[in-house]
Design a protein around this ligand. Structure first.
Ligand code: F0G
Length: 464
C-alpha cells in the first residue's frame, strides 16, 4: 500500500516528495507545506458515496463506528490495525429555521454542522485521530502542539484514552478559555504556558519538536487535515449525498478550510460529486490576516505561486506596528495562519470568499444559535455571523443551501456566555465591554426574586 501513499509539496512546480513516514512536515525541496497524496491507480477508491451506507450496519466495529474512519477509503494511509479511534465524529447536521431567519435565509436553507459533539467537544478530534494514527505508525512516544485550547484538549484526551503517548502542550498566557484549559489539565497533559500568544507558541513548539524529535500535531501536520476531511463527508451523508451551495467556516490557522477544499477537490476528481460547494472563511475582525490578504490585497493561489512579496510585506507591517491578534473568540485569535497557501488553494478550487466579523456580531450570532437549540463557542458563531453578512451583501442567495460549521461546544468558554447574558454591568464590562462589545441584544437575564413563594410564582407568571 505504502508506495501509493506519500507526502507531496503543495506547490505543483516544486515536485518535492516525502515518504509516508516523514514527520518533518515540510517539503524537503522548498520548505513548503505538504499534502498526503494518493496514487488512486494503486488504491481502491469508493465507486460511489452511497457505498458508505453499508458501514452503518457495521457499527459494532470501532472503525465503522468512527465518523472519520468509516470513510477510510477516502483517507487510505493507514492499515486498519494501526488506526486509533476514540469514537470521534458522532456529530449531527441540524436544519434550523430560526437561525436561518436570523441570517436572512429562507426556511430549510440553513444547516449547522455541530462538531461540539466530539469526545473533546470540538472538531479537532476528527484530525487528531488521523494524526495519532500516523504517530503510532512511526512509533512516536511524545506528541506536542501549540494551541488556543481545542487542539490541546483533543491531544490530551487522545493521550489519556490510549496511554500510547505523552501530551505536551504550549499555550499563550491568558489566551485560552477556561473550559479548554480544564480539559488539558484534567487529562494529564504537560502544559507549558509561555509568555506570548498563539503565534509565539506555534513558532516555539515547531522549534522544540524539531530539536527533541517530538511528534507535532498542529495542523501543519497534513495527516490532521486528512481526518478533518471527514466533516465534509458527514455533511454530504446527512444531505443524502447532495452537495450544498455553501460551506461556511471560521478561520484561524486555516486548517479546516484547507482540509475541506482538499476533500471536495478529491471527490470531484474521483467523479464522486458533480461539483464542489463554495467555501466562505470567516475571520474575527481582530485577527483578520486572511481577510486582509485575500479580500483587500487580492492575494491568490495563482497556480501554486502566490505573491510571496504581498505576504511578506503584510507580515512586516504587522511586526512594525506590533499588531497582535485580539478577539474574544480566543480559538481564532491568530495572525500568522500556517496553512495560508493551502487555504488559498482551497478557495481557488471552491470559488471561495473571506469575510471578517466583529466580536459583537459573533456573540449575537452565538446567542441566536443557542436560542435555536445548539450551543457553540464564540469562534464557532463566526460562521453564522459571516453567513448573515454574506447574505446581506447578496453574495449568498436567500434560497441557497448553506452549511455553517459549529466548530466547538458552548461549554468550552462559559465566561463569554455568562457575561453576555449577565444582568451585572460590571461582569459585562470586564469580559466584553473592554473588548468593544456594546450590547447584548439577545441576552436572557436571570430573574432576581426574594426567597418568597408568592414572589417566585408572580415572577414565573410574568415571564413564562
Ligand atoms: N473554531 C474553533 C473552535 C477552534 O478551536 C479553531 C482553532 C478554529 C475554529 C479555527 O480553525 O485553525 O482550522 O482555521 N483552534 C486551534 C487550537 C488553533 O489550537 O485549538 P482553523
Amino acid at each position: 500500500m505504502n508506495e501509493a501513499v506519500f507526502q507531496r509539496c503543495i506547490h505543483p512546480h516544486c515536485g518535492g516528495i516525502a515518504s509516508l513516514a516523514d514527520t518533518s512536515f515540510h517539503c524537503p525541496r522548498c520548505g513548503g507545506l505538504l499534502d498526503v497524496a494518493y496514487d488512486w491507480n494503486h488504491l481502491t477508491p469508493p465507486k460511489s458515496l452511497r457505498s458508505f451506507e453499508a458501514k452503518w450496519a457495521e457499527r459494532t466495529n470501532p472503525l465503522s463506528f468512527s465518523g472519520v474512519w468509516r470513510f477510510r477509503d477516502l483517507l487510505p494511509f493507514a492499515a486498519p490495525e494501526k488506526i486509533l479511534t476514540i469514537g470521534e465524529g458522532q456529530t449531527i447536521l441540524q436544519k434550523t429555521d430560526a437561525v436561518a431567519a436570523y441570517a436572512g435565509l429562507k426556511p430549510g436553507c440553513l444547516f449547522l454542522q455541530y462538531e461540539g459533539l466530539n469526545p473533546s467537544g470540538s472538531f479537532k478530534d476528527n484530525g487528531m485521530t488521523a494524526a495519532f494514527t500516523h504517530a503510532r505508525m512511526v512509533g512516536a512516544r511524545r506528541a506536542a502542539c501549540a494551541s488556543t485550547g481545542n487542539t490541546s484538549a483533543s491531544l490530551a484526551i487522545f493521550c489519556a484514552a490510549t496511554h500510547l503517548m505523552r501530551a505536551i502542550i504550549f499555550i499563550g498566557s491568558g489566551k485560552i478559555a477556561y473550559g479548554k484549559l480544564a480539559q488539558a489539565l484534567d487529562h494529564g497533559a504537560l502544559t507549558v504556558q509561555i509568555a506570548g500568544d498563539f503565534d509565539d507558541a506555534l513558532e516555539r513548539v515547531q522549534q522544540v519538536s524539531g530539536r527533541l524529535g517530538i511528534y507535532l500535531v498542529n495542523s501543519i501536520n497534513p495527516f490532521r487535515l486528512e481526518g478533518q476531511k471527514a466533516i465534509m463527508y458527514r455533511i454530504l451523508e446527512a444531505l443524502r449525498w447532495e452537495v450544498p451551495d455553501w460551506v461556511v467556516v471560521p478561520g484561524g490557522n486555516l486548517g479546516n478550510v484547507s482540509s475541506f477544499g482538499k476533500a471536495f477537490a478529491e471527490l470531484r476528481d474521483l467523479g464522486l460529486i458533480p461539483r464542489t460547494p463554495r467555501l466562505a472563511v470567516i475571520n474575527a475582525a481582530g485577527a483578520n490576516t486572511f481577510y486582509q490578504l485575500y479580500e483587500k490585497q487580492g492575494l491568490r493561489w495563482n497556480r501554486g505561486r502566490p505573491e510571496q512579496a504581498t505576504i511578506d510585506g503584510y507580515m512586516k507591517q504587522m511586526d512594525a506596528a506590533n499588531l497582535r491578534a485580539s478577539t474574544l473568540a480566543s480559538a481564532i485569535e491568530i495572525n500568522r495562519p500556517v496553512n495560508l497557501p493551502k487555504a488559498l488553494r482551497a478557495l481557488e478550487e471552491c470559488g471561495g470568499v473571506v469575510r471578517e466579523v466583529t466580536d459583537q456580531e459573533m456573540l449575537d450570532a452565538k446567542a441566536q444559535v443557542g436560542a435555536g437549540g445548539l450551543g457553540c463557542e464564540p469562534a464557532s458563531a463566526a460562521s453564522v455571523a459571516g453567513t448573515k453578512k454574506l447574505r446581506a451583501e447578496g453574495v449568498i442567495g436567500s434560497d441557497e443551501r448553506v452549511v455553517c460549521v459549529l466548530t466547538g461546544h458552548q461549554l468550552k468558554d462559559p465566561t463569554a456566555t455568562v457575561a453576555y447574558h449577565s444582568a451585572d454591568p460590571k461582569t459585562f464590562e470586564e469580559v466584553l465591554g473592554k473588548r468593544g462589545v456594546k450590547r447584548a441584544s439577545f441576552a436572557n437575564r436571570a430573574v432576581q426574586v426574594p426567597n418568597d413563594l408568592d414572589e417566585i410564582i408572580k415572577a414565573i407568571e410574568v415571564y413564562a
